[in-house]
Structure formats: C-alpha cells, structure tokens
Design a protein around this ligand. Structure first.
Ligand SMILES: Nc1nc2c(ncn2[C@@H]2O[C@H](COP(=O)(O)OP(=O)(O)OP(=O)(O)O)[C@@H](O)[C@H]2O)c(=O)[nH]1
Ligand SMILES: [Mg+2]
Length: 294
C-alpha cells in the first residue's frame, strides 16, 4: 500500500467490527509523556493529515515549555480511532507515575478536568470513576518525546521503567513518537530508544501554526504511522480476553502499583525518622559528655 488515497481509505475504514473481538468498540490512542514534548501538536498533525482540509488547532498548543493540558481530552479521528491527550507530567516521581498509569489504563474519566492526588486519594478516584469509564475501549499506548530536549544516559532507566510498566499495564509496548525530528539530537535519541527495546519509533516534525505546509513526505509519514498502529491493534486483538476482564486486570495493576508505592514511601519515611532520632540521641550524648567533662 503506497498510494496516499489508498492509505487514507484504509485508515478511515478500519473497524473493530470486522474482528471477533469480544466487545471492543473503540480504540483509544493514548498519548502520554512529559510536559511540552508535542502531544497536542501531534494530535493537530494527525487530524490535519487524515481530514486533509486546512490546518486547524484542535488540541491546545502551548507556546512555552508545557504544562498546558489539564484534562484527558478525546479527539475522534474516525468512528473507531480516537486520540486521547493525557495530561503530561513534569518529572518522574511516585505520585506522578501512579497518576500516569491510572490515565493510561483508562481508569480515570475522559473529557473532565484532571485533579491530581496522591496515594489513597488516587485509589478513591479510580473507584469513583468506574461508572464513567467504558470497558469497551481498547487501549493503545503512544509515548511522545521531543528530540529537541535530548536524552542523557542518566534519564534512560526512568524512561525504560515507564515504558515497561506501560507495556505490562496495556499488553502493548508503547509506540514512540519523536517530535522535532530535524533537531541534531535525532540519531542519539533514536539509538537510545532502540536500545530500550522499542519496536516502533516514528520521528516527525509536527505541523504547527507557524509551519504547516503539507509535503508528500510528511503526509505519508503520518499515514504510515496509522497503518503500523492498526497492524499492532489487529495482532493484539487476537490475544486479548474480554474487555471487562482486561479493564479489571488494569485496575488491579494500578491499584497494586499505587499501594506498593505508598508502602515504600511509608518505609522510607520511617527509616528517615529513625535516622533523625538516632542523630538526636548522639547529639544529646555528646552534650552530656562535654557537660560531665566541664
Ligand atoms: N518545530 C517543532 N515544534 C514543535 C513540534 N512539536 C511541538 N512543537 C512546539 O512545541 C511546543 C509545545 O508543544 P505542545 O504540542 O503544546 O506539547 P504538549 O506535550 O501538548 O504540552 P503539554 O500539554 O503542555 O504537556 C509548541 O510551541 C509547539 O508548536 C515539532 O515537531 N516541531
Ligand atoms: Mg498539550
């Protein structure tokens, strides 16, 4: 399939109804990643290519360094495919990763403001959201990373852990979308992601309000991305249990993740408290000794 109209038709006609899929009706292409790496711009790019009309801003794009998206917002592409702009995270820490996995596992409502909360608060929100979350959604993870930000060796283990957990949660190794492709870091960043065992990497220069001249190469790149994703969905669909069970598994996974993190945090707090206490005792002993000597 090489022809642009043919590829476009293939993507537009893709439907889960053609498969014996146990009740999945929609695919959520779940975008996740750090603040300001180009998730919203990628949505605008995907819509621009598939709709093939003039450039429109569907997802709000920030002119600064990010922190703009505060909700999980859905952007339907076709009857079957919907992009989800999840709230980005600034750093990897226990509480942000728990939140990311709850969003990624589709355990929090769509199209509502995201109020972040830690530990038990997040567990409550997951339970409360159950009424609003559809099991019939098939989850497909897409990690968006900006080449311009670069990637140091120190940052690799954190990202590797994030990608592995996303795979364990969804059953799919995330596709990695590298934005700002023309930046000189491309080779280096791409190699580091390949070394993390990422199977599918697409590098592109997003269409932006400043630059959205359509070229055949760019247009084809995005269509090829869609086709790769569809092939992955087909493969995975044949190996999944029913949607209810899948969602239950994701829920258990995230609740356990949050619970384990809370326990670890408590253990660390207790250890720190004991160390502080020991330090205080030592100081008191030293003071007593110096008083006795005087
Ligand atoms: N040149 C260029 N600019 C880009 C690209 N992708 C994003 N940008 C710009 O980078 C900035 C941040 O992009 P966003 O799409 O808002 O990033 P985001 O991940 O949605 O950010 P948050 O929602 O705030 O986390 C904007 O100014 C975009 O125009 C790209 O591939 N090339
Ligand atoms: Mg955004």
């Amino acid at each position: 399939m090489q022809d642009i109209p043919e590829m476009t038709e293939f993507v537009k006609n893709f439907s889960l109804r053609s498969y014996d899929n146990e009740g999945f009706s929609r695919v959520l292409l779940q975008l996740f990643g750090f603040l300001g790496h180009g998730k919203s711009s990628f949505i605008n790019t995907c819509k621009y290519v598939l709709d093939d009309t003039e450039f429109k801003i569907y997802a709000d794009v920030k002119s600064s360094d990010g922190g703009n998206t505060t909700e999980r917002i859905t952007f339907p592409l076709t009857d079957t495919l919907t992009l989800v702009d999840n709230r980005g995270c600034s750093v990897m820490n226990d509480y942000e990763t728990g939140e990311i996995f709850a969003q990624l596992g589709n355990l929090l409502p769509l199209d509502r403001a995201v109020e972040w909360s830690k530990g038990i608060g997040l567990m409550d929100r997951i339970v409360q959201a159950e009424r609003h979350v559809k099991s019939s959604d098939f989850i497909f993870p897409i990690f968006v990373y900006s080449v311009k930000k670069g990637l140091t060796y120190d940052e690799v283990p954190e990202i590797q852990a994030l990608l592995n957990t996303a795979r364990d949660l969804t059953g799919i190794f995330p596709v990695v979308v590298l934005t700002h492709k023309t930046h000189s870091n491309l080779r280096d960043v791409e190699t580091k992601f390949k070394d993390m065992d990422v199977e599918r990497i697409i590098a592109l220069e997003n269409f932006t309000p400043e630059d959205h001249i359509k070229t055949r190469g760019k247009h084809e790149e995005v269509l090829k991305f869609y086709i790769e994703v569809i092939k992955d969905i087909e493969f995975r669909l044949q190996r999944m249990s029913n949607p209810e069970e899948e969602r239950e598994k994701r829920k258990q996974f995230v609740l356990r993740f949050v619970y384990d993190r809370e326990l670890e945090k408590k253990a660390e707090d207790t250890k720190r408290e004991c160390q502080r206490e020991a330090e205080r005792m030592r100081e008191m002993n030293n003071q007593e000794k110096s008083c006795t000597l005087q």
